[in-house]
Design a protein around this ligand. Sequence first.
Ligand SMILES: *Cc1c(COP(=O)(O)O)cnc(C)c1O
Length: 425
Amino acid sequence: MDFRFRADETFAREQDQADELASFREHFCLPIAPSTGQPQHYFCGHSLGLQPKTVRQAVLAELDRWASLGVAGHFTPPHPWADYAADLLPLVAELVGAQPEEVAIANGLTVNLHLLMASFYRPTQQRFKIMLEARPFPSDRYAAASQAAFHGFNAQEAIVEIRPRPGEDLLRTEDMLEQLDREGDQVAVVLLAAVNYATGQFFDIAPIVELAHAKGCVVCVDAAHAIGNVPLALHDWNVDCAVWCHYKYVNAGPGAVAGFFVHARHARRFDLPRLVGWWGHRSDTRFLMPDTYELAPGAAGWQLSNLPILSMAALRASLDLFHQAKMARLRAKSLRLTEYALALLDGLNLQLLTPRAPALRGGQLSWRVPEPRRLANWLQSHGVIVDVREPDILRCAVAPLYNSFQDIWRLATAWRALTTERGES
Ligand SMILES: *Cc1c(COP(=O)(O)O)cnc(C)c1O
């Protein structure tokens, strides 16, 4: 990307003035930094996205409906609770590149991962392994190991990680394909993050799915760090199933209700073993309360329980902003913000862990730094919020709905000031 910039603050202001998405920042509650008394320069959207101002109103509206309607709220417009997800599914589907019938909103990410594994991880003595990317998010690894153990396999043997080359942190697609080609005959499920939480690497999913299918494996994608960050095409990539949460880039609040995807190819595979609850029943006859169940087609057939409406209300408010802003425009701004950050920090001799190439990353930039905690504390004292993964990773993510070019300028200026103070530049 050819990004021309100047290093002065006026340039950042000009960029914000010219930014067609700049006004979305005003839709968010920006925490105030005690050190400066000013709004934080918040780069932790990969961990917990900020609160859209419309969330409060949306949650209060459901509290009021509960207070005034009681049980009738289940069937009273405008958003009857019994069918609350209906108009949210197209918005979520838009973010993950799916048909509305391929997605459901329910539970937490790890819960959904287990529910989908119950159907899609069907190990045999010959094929029982679960292949993950190197350094996966711990919960995914725990879930995978416990699934293997649940089926009576030795978790140590069953879990394989795709290793980077010696001395490297990132995975090369050709190496991923090569290892899959070599070991795939024993792999039941490839469980791959779309964007790795530590390195920020955005994997090239489509060729991996193609080869995995040729080798007889199922592919489950964890899109926790990808949804709302990079454009996804779960349907076209032919992914079998996927999970994600809504509290990172999607800004639906701490512990927000999560989402999952089941490809349309599996929509009517009622023969797949699964764990069933009444919310997975066909919705038209669900309330007749029959003794035996008839599953809903699509992702809905993996739902268990009725929906947490207060969390769904927050999600609704947040999804509306994405729908207005459009993922393609957000992605373009995200790349401009990160290119600007990299340009401003150039010359500090930093070790960027995240791939430099825009196609291989989203809005998260990770650096390998000595004493990351000290750096994060320094930045925090300048109102800049980043996070640390011990022992040596500093993570910093832009969320183009609320981050500005001036935020980036502050980040880079504070960071530069620290290295100048140490006499390192
Ligand atoms: C954030 C994240 C999780 C979190 O799991 P929860 O069940 O939502 O607590 C799991 N996996 C990945 C890859 C994540 O990034």
